[in-house]
Ligand binder design. Structure first.
Ligand code: OAD
Length: 233
């Protein structure tokens, strides 16, 4: 039998139970206006040290947390399904849980790139090694975190859309869907696909689009979804 294609669109909520903050809502990172500024190209160019320190802090924090059961249950599905994860997350917790096909659209904290051109000198960089002013890539320019900052173009959109367009099952997990282009991805899901949302809060866009809402946190939601998918097999 052909393996079915399951696509996850994940956001900060899938990593919340690992101890990483989400962005919006009461304790979200973006309630700190200073951090919103530090995540912008304006800060990168004019306040480079502070911007690097903000990301060094987040990189170190990522080294100190682990994948949770939601990441692990998504990875487990590779045994029975053709799984693609389109993630807005800049952490590597899906990969550390064993997922092999992760499309990052907002970049990755575990990589650096050239400050002159984001597409150049991209390489893995140890999370616990702070990026300092004066650290240069092979092009002779300062290195920076390989992250999409406010003011920059999002990555891998064509690849994400291509994968979503041939989903048999589509799952939105832990994202408020407030940010484009991710918010627009639902338009590419085939009409015949089975669609689920795992999120403890209401995701307004999905109520009208035939999604089944598993209204709980990511780990419990993935347990319920895995049971449902087993019955579909
Ligand atoms: P948000 O903070 O906007 O949304 C997080 C979602 O996770 C909300 O819908 C919460 O209800 C849900 N949530 C919270 N705890 C959860 C849990 N334990 N289990 C499951 N869901 C939970 O984060 P994103 O949608 O990921 O971009 O934000 C998208 C982008 O906005 C981010 O990638 C970031 C930000 O600006 C960049 O930094 C480039």
């Amino acid at each position: 039998m052909m393996r079915r294609h399951i696509v996850f669109l994940s956001g900060a909520g899938v990593s919340a139970e690992s101890g990483l903050s989400t962005f919006r809502g009461k304790d979200g990172m973006w309630t700190n206006k200073e951090w919103v500024y530090l995540a912008s190209t304006e800060a990168l160019n004019n306040d480079t040290q502070r911007c690097l320190d903000f990301y060094n802090y987040r990189r170190k924090q990522l080294a100190e947390v682990s994948s949770n059961d939601a990441h692990r249950m998504i990875a487990e599905l590779e045994k029975d399904f053709d799984v693609t994860i389109v993630t807005q997350n800049v952490d590597n917790l899906h990969e550390r849980a064993g997922s092999t096909n992760v499309i990052h659209i907002h970049g990755e904290l575990s990589k650096v790139c050239s400050m002159k051109d984001r597409t150049q000198c991209v390489k893995e960089y140890p999370l616990t090694t702070p990026i300092k002013i004066g650290d240069k890539g092979e092009d002779g320019a300062q290195i920076r975190p390989d992250i999409v900052m406010f003011g920059e173009k999002v990555d891998n959109i064509e690849e994400a859309v291509e994968s979503i367009s041939c989903a048999d099952i589509f799952v939105i997990i832990g994202t408020s869907l407030k940010v484009y282009p991710a918010a627009g991805f639902t338009a590419f899901v085939p009409r015949k696909a089975k669609k689920y949302v795992i999120d403890p809060n209401e995701i307004r866009e999905c109520t009208t689009l035939g999604y089944e809402h598993i209204k709980t946190n990511a780990t419990e939601g993935m347990r319920l979804l895995t049971e449902t998918l087993r019955k579909l097999q």
